[in-house]
Every structure is written in C-alpha cells, then in structure tokens.
Design a protein. Structure first.
Length: 199
C-alpha cells in the first residue's frame, strides 16, 4: 500500500515539475482593441465596395451628360447668332439646324431680315452661362446672361445704329432646350433686363 502511495507521489511530483509555477502575463496591445472596433463599426460589405467603384467612375451620369450637351448647344447658338448678324452672307442654315419651335419660327425670320436689309453687327457681345437644370428626360433649362455693351447693329448703308439707344445692354435669358430624335435644339427663351452679368 505504501508503495502505491510512493508511486503516486512521484507521479504527482513529475507532472507538477512540467507545469510552470507562473504563466507570464502578456499585456494586450492597445491596437488589438482598436482594430476590432473599426471592423465592427465600419464593415466592408459587397454593396459598399460596389458603391465605391461607381462613385469613383469618371464617366458622367446620363443627367450630367444631358446638361453638358444642352449647355454646349446654347453656347453654339449664341456664337452662330453673332455670326449671322455680323456677316450678311453667313449661312443662316447653320443656325436653323440648332433651333426649333418658336425660336425657329420667330427669331430666325428676324435675323434673315437683318441679312436682307444689310444690317450688320459691329463689335462683340458676351454670353455667360448662369446654370442649367433638367426639367424632364428630353428638356433642359439653361440660364445665360448677355452683355451687349461692346456691340451694336448698324445699317451698313448709313453706318447708323438701328437699335434703341435706351435699350438694356445686359439681359438674362431663360432658354428651353429640347431633344428631338436624339439632337438637342434651342426651343424657346424668355429674357429680361438685368443690371449686370457680373457675380
């Protein structure tokens, strides 16, 4: 009996010798507590990855592309109108190609009359884009301010101005640009006198 107790005591001593008396304490790094917090509060999901990819895409949205196309057309419209008024031999068909509706029916005949009567623009006017907005899938509203202080329209035969000397030299134009068969056209505009195009 005492022999069994002796063997058991020896076995306990041997096993005890293999177990360290004290397990060293490993301090927890502060980073290990911060990282899980970040991962938990801001998980990266497949949908989040997709949205990042889309927002980083440099291609403009269809709406932005429509606004840009309408704005570019309005700039071209004012350029062509200036060319028509400067040169009685300028092809007014180029202007007719970018307008429709009331602008085609009302403004173009006036400009044709200028050419026929040999009225000519001298100097240049400026047109400044003031913003644009999408009204529907095929309609954009564009605001443009024109300053005609540097220009006049004269009768080439006399050299005299045909315009009212008391006219407003700066006007705000509200243009409606519509898309027909995939092409944008200046459709109609209203304008009003303003004090300045600055600002």
């Amino acid at each position: 009996m005492w022999f069994r107790c002796l063997r058991l005591s020896v076995l306990v001593l041997l096993v005890g010798a293999c177990v360290p008396a004290e397990v060293p304490h490993q301090p927890v790094s502060p980073v290990s507590t911060v990282v899980p917090t970040i991962l938990v509060t801001a998980p990266v999901s497949p949908s989040a990855s997709e949205s990042v990819a889309v927002s980083g895409d440099p291609s403009p949205s269809p709406s932005d592309a429509d606004l840009a196309a309408a704005e570019a057309l309005v700039k071209e419209y004012f350029r062509l109108k200036g060319e028509v008024r400067k040169d009685p031999n300028f092809d007014i068909g180029l202007l007719e190609a970018v307008v429709a509706g009331p602008v085609l029916e009302q403004e173009v005949p006036i400009l044709k009359g200028y050419q026929e009567k040999n009225y000519r623009q001298v100097g240049d006017f400026t047109s400044t884009l003031r913003g644009s907005s999408k009204l529907d899938a095929d309609t954009v509203q564009v605001l443009v301010c024109t300053d005609t202080n540097g220009s006049d329209i004269i009768d080439s035969s006399t050299g005299n101005s045909i315009l009212d000397p008391d006219r407003s030299r700066t006007r705000m134009h509200n243009l409606t640009v519509k898309r027909y068969d995939g092409a944008w056209n200046v459709f109609i505009y209203a304008d009003e006198a303003v004090e300045t195009c600055a600002g």
